[in-house]
Design a protein around this ligand. Structure first.
Ligand code: FES
Length: 612
């Protein structure tokens, strides 16, 4: 019982051992959040996605109708429950299944081509100085003597440090016996370190579903480490629209969304610096790119005007903010730079993607696609001045593995490649683990193979006469891998509804592309290069993506898979003034097309639903 007389119970989560004490009757998801076990809640916890699985041992509420509908008999026998539906009615021990991914797990990400980034017009400069110790005959302030030591080596003579940097400088200078490196940003000292220890930078690509962070040596431009993490906001909804609605209807939810993303950014910074044996105090500059909703949530900007037509951002300017204002614990004076956004939901991540894929540079007619929950579509129109037509297609989280009956994110055990030849099905999983579900690249292969094998027709209807096809009407499904071969014991299947989800997602991307082509007065055959950005775009089988109509099938066109171009763009602007000027120019050469205002979008969408 707590001070107010509320009966409290203890919940322990395994295998992490994290614990929470919560009021009797709380939902398991509340206990998880209290304990820091961040299970993605794709439907926002309303009991419709069936993805928040856990096995509680102890007293809990009876299964709800949602659980009876979404869990099969064998899962119920094993004691699996939907965490968002289960009330805690006594002390509990809760097992999070091995196949279940939590939002606090992280993984290494591709650090790019290994070439590092250009720092020829740096924002941060590191200046070594040996400073005389204070004495009775030299009573200059600590900051004053460091600035005097730096001044002869720097063209700016009005150097300064703010009070927070000054507070740390006094301690650090003594700790390093007055042999320090001062990190300068223009005329401001933003941090100091021991001599020999250079300044570090952090570039962060803040996606709706995943974050990717890169730790960079700001003197050499080398990428020292890179890690990814699930965006922990997924515990409050898989897509940004759900999150925005929650933030608008309850300010406490808005604050929580802001806190979650700031904490995740800090956690990634910490992981990265620990991996190279230093601390976050050496990070002097940070760049961040994200769509408009993500940046608004990070900064705590108003969301009402972004959440309803005409979907207006609070600001579209490039921002330069003290990182500590967001609660980020980096070098004391470190800044966070966010490039400008383009319009509506098309944010700085799109500017970064355009830069990372060189779409702002002159060239032939190109189509850039960064496929995700919102797919960024960029069409470059060659001419005297390169012009960009840009839209954000509402493709949904299907290709993140969400909204699929056997879907999962691209992690160990996800079926990522599939071949079907008659009755034979061969597949590969990520890391070669026992199959647990289907990720985005897997579903593209599966649909392409089902089309080739005529298991589905061009309208996407499943052939009901096959041995592997089970169920009736709405619940009809094609069993890809039977439960006795999977890690969950449950069949991995493709349902009629899964096929519809893929059709909806690819139709949104297709209709957005065709809307931009119509705006530019071009035909699909005018496109000579298709650039697939993002981790999903880099892992898909291009032939299969063309086969199902996810990307245009243009004979003779060049298809390039360029990796995380938005992450590359975040690295480019991290410590380079010229690249920041380049970022500022991108909105000026762009025409943002708000698809909800385009009358042709709906008819193009309807026409794109069938498979080619
Ligand atoms: S069913 Fe629990 S989060 Fe969707």
């Amino acid at each position: 019982m707590d001070d107010s007389g509320t009966l409290m119970v203890k919940v322990e989560f395994m295998p992490s051992g994290r614990r929470a004490v919560v009021p009797l009757g709380s939902l398991l998801t509340d206990a998880m959040q209290e304990a820091g076990v961040l299970l993605p809640l794709d439907c926002g916890g309303n009991g419709s996605c069936g993805r928040c699985l856990s096995t509680p041992v102890g007293q809990t509420s009876d299964p709800t109708p949602s659980e009876m509908r979404l869990l099969d008999t064998s899962q119920r026998k094993e004691g699996l429950r939907l965490s968002c539906q289960t009330q805690v009615l006594g002390d509990l021990s809760v097992m999070i299944p091995e196949f279940q991914e939590t939002a606090d797990s992280s993984w290494p990400v591709d650090a790019g081509d290994g070439g590092g980034i250009n720092v020829d017009s740096p924002i941060i400069r590191s200046i070594p100085c040996d400073v005389p110790r204070p004495g009775l005959d030299d009573s200059r302030s600590d900051v004053g003597r460091v600035l005097d030591g730096v001044a002869p080596q720097h063209e700016q003579h009005t150097l300064w440090a703010d009070h927070v940097t000054a507070g740390q400088l006094s301690q650090k200078a003594r700790c390093f016996d007055w042999h320090v490196n001062a990190f300068l940003r223009g005329s401001e000292v933003v941090g100091v370190s021991q001599q020999g220890q250079g300044p570090l930078g952090l570039a962060l690509d803040l996606g709706s579903t995943k974050l990717a962070a890169y730790l960079v040596n700001l003197e050499t431009g080398n990428i020292l480490a890179a890690r990814g993490r699930i965006n922990p906001q997924v515990i409050m909804g898989a897509d940004v629209v759900t999150r925005i609605q929650r933030a608008i209807s309850d300010p406490a939810d808005g604050q929580r969304l802001t806190r979650l993303i700031r904490d995740a950014a800090q956690a990634l910074a910490q992981e990265l610096v620990y991996s190279v044996g230093t601390d976050t105090g050496h990070i002097c500059e940070m760049s961040l790119v994200g769509n408009s909703a993500m940046t608004h949530l990070l900064l705590g900007l108003p969301l009402e005007q972004l959440g309803s037509p005409p979907f207006v951002a609070s600001t579209d300017q490039a921002l330069d903010i003290k990182a500590r204002e967001l609660g980020l614990n980096l070098a004391p004076g470190a800044y966070l730079y966010i490039p400008p956004l383009i319009g509506g939901f098309v944010g700085s991540d799109n500017v970064a993607m355009i830069m990372g894929a060189d779409l702002d540079k002159p060239g032939p007619c190109r189509l850039g696609l960064d496929i995700g929950t919102n797919t960024e579509v960029v069409l470059t129109v060659p001419g005297n001045k390169n012009h960009l037509f840009i839209a954000s297609a509402p493709s949904g989280p299907t290709f993140e593995g969400a909204h699929l009956s056997s879907g999962m994110r691209a992690m160990g055990g996800a079926v990522s490649k599939v071949r079907i030849m008659g009755l034979d099905i061969s597949f590969e999983t990520i890391d070669g683990q026992k199959p647990s579900g289907i990720c985005g690249s897997g579903i593209i292969d599966i649909i392409a193979e089902m089309l080739r094998e005529k298991i589905i027709n061009k309208q996407g209807h499943l052939d009901r006469s096959l041995d592997r096809t089970q169920g009736e009407r709405q619940s009809i499904r094609y069993v890809l891998i039977p439960g006795d071969q999977t890690s969950t014991g449950k069949d991995i299947s493709v349902t009629q509804s899964d096929i519809s989800q893929v059709q909806l997602a690819k139709a949104a991307i297709n209709a957005a592309t065709n809307t931009l082509l119509a705006k530019a007065g071009l035909a699909v055959s005018d496109i000579s290069e298709i650039i697939l950005a993002g981790s999903f775009g880099s892992h898909i089988d291009v032939e299969n993506a063309r086969c199902i109509g996810l990307i245009p099938d243009i004979p003779g066109a060049i298809y390039k898979q360029v990796g995380n171009a938005a992450g590359k763009g975040a690295q480019l602007v991290l410590n380079n003034r010229t690249q920041r000027q380049r970022a500022l120019a991108v909105p000026g050469m762009s025409s943002y097309v708000e698809l909800t205002r385009e009358s042709q979008f709906n008819s193009l969408f309807a026409r794109s639903l069938a498979f080619p």
